[in-house]
Design a protein around this ligand. Structure first.
Ligand SMILES: [Zn+2]
Length: 423
């Protein structure tokens, strides 16, 4: 019996700490150029010790300590690990299985098993952090997923999780006319007592951020209409904030966006129906927009849209108008694609579309996905390459500050000083 335990322990040791054993005491990275979260620096090198970056600067001036391993990365650009602003690791593309069927018919174990693969693909695509905005009916499974990643059981990005998300009773789905008591994709809560309790429950179960649906398609003929009242939204933000959590709002109507902004949310997701007035209000209050253009693109394609053939669907026309109005008003943009609607690992699609179809520069979207998202999400320990920050680093072939497509050529991924992918 003791022998069995020893052998078991040995097997366990051999199998599990694969990631941590790849950690070196000092690692000198020598790429063609370094994008530090703000600008490109050709000829720079970066020194990593333990889980942190300890030096970054011109290669000639950067002395590595004795015993340091040097990794030559010719032709590659080193970037801060990318930050996904809007993912759903517990969803998979709707053209595989509709959202309704995922929520109503897929067992939670199936959804979690898939999510572990999604987490791995996200990390391999160079996204070392993800803000995961709701389990869509899978309860608190995101909290367990985050624990599995943090404990090194499965590879994946560092997660900020929203757990169940909050919806006003009757406003969300799945919804089948006249069928009562269907499981819902988020937690229903209303009124002073209900809302305070629900926010605190989610925080108690591990929510890093509170997500609220400020509007949804529950109007007549499925028109999007506001859900929570101004008072309810304000109370959600106050309750979350007093526990050190920010609030993000799903909103695509001008009125839902206006109420969410006045309540003090930090980001608004989607924003399709935003007017110049509401974007000016967001700018004034420092609220960022996460436009999720990739989800609109994917849903339109699933409905048969072939880009460039015939007129753009209404959804795409609206999104263009909203992104343009937000930029004109000077609203900060967070980078997040609502990945899960489209395949995990394709996270860079959002950045590609923003450049190819929405007129942003590769440099703008790179800043959004690194230092920008870190600032908006209060992640002071990442998003840039500078001494003292986490060694979350990605190397891609080519120069992504000129060619956004370079983000698809991920050659190296380091998270907390641990190599998960290398040339
Ligand atoms: Zn979403």
């Amino acid at each position: 019996m003791p022998k069995f335990i020893i052998i078991n322990a040995l097997v366990f040791w051999l199998l599990t700490p694969v990631f941590s054993r790849a950690q070196t005491s000092a690692l000198l990275l020598h790429p063609a150029a370094v994008f530090d979260g703000q600008d490109l620096h050709p000829g720079w090198a970066v020194l990593v010790e333990g889980e942190k970056i300890t030096a970054a600067g011109p290669a000639a001036q950067l002395a590595a300590p004795a015993g340091a391993r040097t990794l030559e990365l010719p032709g590659l650009t080193l970037l801060p690990g990318l930050i996904e602003g809007h993912s759903h690791l517990l969803l998979h593309p709707y053209n595989e299985t509709s959202w309704n069927d995922q929520v109503l018919t897929e067992p939670q174990a199936l959804r979690v098993a898939r999510a572990t693969v999604h987490a791995q693909r996200t990390l391999q695509a160079g996204f070392t952090t993800a803000r995961d905005l709701g389990t869509e009916g899978a309860g608190y499974a995101d909290v367990g997923l985050k624990m599995a990643i943090d404990q090194g059981i499965i590879p994946g990005p560092r997660l900020l999780v929203a757990t169940r998300a909050l919806v006003a009773t009757g406003s969300y789905g799945p919804h089948l006319a006249a069928v009562e008591d269907l499981p819902q994709g988020a937690q229903e809560a209303d009124g002073v007592d209900g809302i305070v309790r629900a926010v605190r429950e989610q925080i108690g179960h591990g929510a890093d951020v509170i997500k609220v649906y400020a509007d949804y398609r529950w109007g007549l003929n499925n028109a999007p209409e506001p859900t929570f009242s101004q008072e309810e939204l304000t109370l959600i933000v106050q309750t979350a904030r007093s526990a050190g959590r920010g609030v993000v709002a799903h909103a695509s109507t001008a009125e839902g966006m206006r109420r969410a902004t006045l309540a003090g949310v930090e980001t608004i997701e989607h924003g399709d129906g935003g007017t110049p007035e509401v974007f000016r209000l967001m700018k004034q209050r420092g609220v960022a927009l996460c436009p999720t253009v990739a989800a609109s693109d994917a849903i339109s394609r699933y409905k048969g849209w072939k880009k460039g053939q015939g007129p753009d669907p209404q959804r795409i026309v609206e999104k263009h108008r909203a992104v343009q109005a937000a930029r004109q008003a000077g609203v900060m943009l967070a980078m997040g694609g609502d990945v899960g609607v489209f395949p995990h690992g394709d996270n860079a699609l959002e950045m590609e579309l923003l450049v190819q179809d929405y007129g942003l520069t590769p440099l703008e979207v790179l800043r959004q996905a690194t230092s920008g998202n870190a600032r908006i999400f209060h992640l002071a320990d990442r998003g840039r390459i500078a001494p003292g920050l986490l060694a979350d680093l990605v190397a891609v072939a080519g120069n992504p500050t000129q060619q956004v497509q370079a983000l698809r050529q991920v050659r190296l991924v380091l998270k907390g000083g641990v190599l998960y992918k290398q040339p």
